[in-house]
Design a protein around this ligand. Structure first.
Ligand SMILES: Cc1cc2nc3c(=O)[nH]c(=O)nc-3n(C[C@H](O)[C@H](O)[C@H](O)COP(=O)(O)OP(=O)(O)OC[C@H]3O[C@@H](n4cnc5c(N)ncnc54)[C@H](O)[C@@H]3O)c2cc1C
Length: 269
């Protein structure tokens, strides 16, 4: 949206395809969380900039390589975003590619789980364990949504403390007391060894022989985000046109870095 508005302002004829019925991408999902409605201002701001600069916005269109290459576009920019990895791959455990048991039906990635909880707050049952090694806002915001609906939540993280990154944004001072008051259990400096029929086997990262078992109805993995770059790769493989990727599709990051990159590309093309 950022690149589209700017490129159009600089004289290009720009078309933006969005496969959903609404603009906003991940901001649209964040906006639906308790206390996050002001993220909607960012969506309005970007949408208004596109409208002012006469970007042709086509909602509900899943842009395929065939559709895009059929048109006469001089350059194509893929801003297709990212998703949460569902395997439990974690930089804290470089010795393994997944958490054993991550394929079990009661184990979901955070993006999928959030989608379900936003449509029905108790869709994930009475008790949820969030395995978070992002330290970011979203796992805590998800816990806020669940505890507000009476779900018992446990948050486990190999980091020094749960929600580490929210210290910098100032969210911690509100979120941690809120969650504690609603009985949320925090296990910092712990990680998951395996998820099996007996439950979730957890270990202390400083003394891995120190173990215990948790028994949540669902386990939610918030370990890594991975780029959704299949469109970019398919276009690069089949066309010699100018093709870019931008934002989370290049590498999942914080919003301010993505906005900066959008501004930069909008000025460059
Ligand atoms: C789960 C999550 C939580 C985050 N939490 C925070 C936070 O708390 N604070 C913060 O600063 N940043 C946060 N971020 C980062 C920030 O939201 C992202 O960096 C930013 O939204 C990325 O923007 P984007 O445009 O690259 O991707 P997205 O916002 O994901 O947008 C990609 C868009 O492309 C569309 N699309 C994909 N494929 C196609 C196709 N083939 N055809 C048409 N449309 C398509 C999608 O529907 C989507 O609307 C979070 C990101 C994620 C993923």
């Amino acid at each position: 949206m950022k690149v589209a508005a700017l490129a159009s302002k600089r004289g290009h004829t720009v078309t933006l395809y969005e496969k959903e019925g609404k603009l906003g991408g991940h901001l649209e999902m964040l906006r639906q969380l308790p206390s996050r409605e002001t993220w909607g201002d960012a969506i309005s701001d970007l949408s208004n900039a596109m409208a002012r600069n006469e970007v042709d916005v086509r909602l509900g269109v899943d842009a395929s390589p065939a559709l895009l290459l059929d048109e006469d576009y001089e350059s194509i920019i893929c801003a297709t975003g990212s998703r949460w990895d569902a395997s439990g791959l974690s930089p804290y455990r470089p010795d393994r590619e997944r958490i054993p048991g991550a394929e079990r039906p009661h184990v979901l990635d955070l993006g999928t789980a959030l989608g379900e909880a936003l449509s029905r707050s108790r869709a994930l049952g009475d008790s949820v364990l969030i395995v978070d090694d992002s330290g970011s806002y979203l796992p805590l915001g998800f816990a806020e949504l669940l505890t507000s609906a009476g779900v018992a939540v446990e948050i486990l993280s190999p980091r020094l403390f749960v929600g580490e990154e929210t210290l910098k944004s100032g969210d911690m001072a509100y979120l941690l007391p809120f969650l504690r008051e609603r009985g949320t259990q925090f296990y910092a400096q712990h990680f998951v060894e395996t998820i099996d029929q007996d439950g979730v086997q957890v270990y202390d990262i400083w003394n891995p022989r120190q173990r215990f078992t948790l028994h949540p109805a669902h386990v939610i993995l918030a370990t890594m985000r991975v780029p959704d770059d299949a469109l970019y790769r398919a276009l690069r493989a089949s066309s010699s046109r100018e093709i870019h990727r931008v934002g989370d599709a290049l590498a999942p990051r914080a919003l301010e870095a993505v906005m900066y990159e959008g501004e930069k590309l909008g000025r460059e093309i």
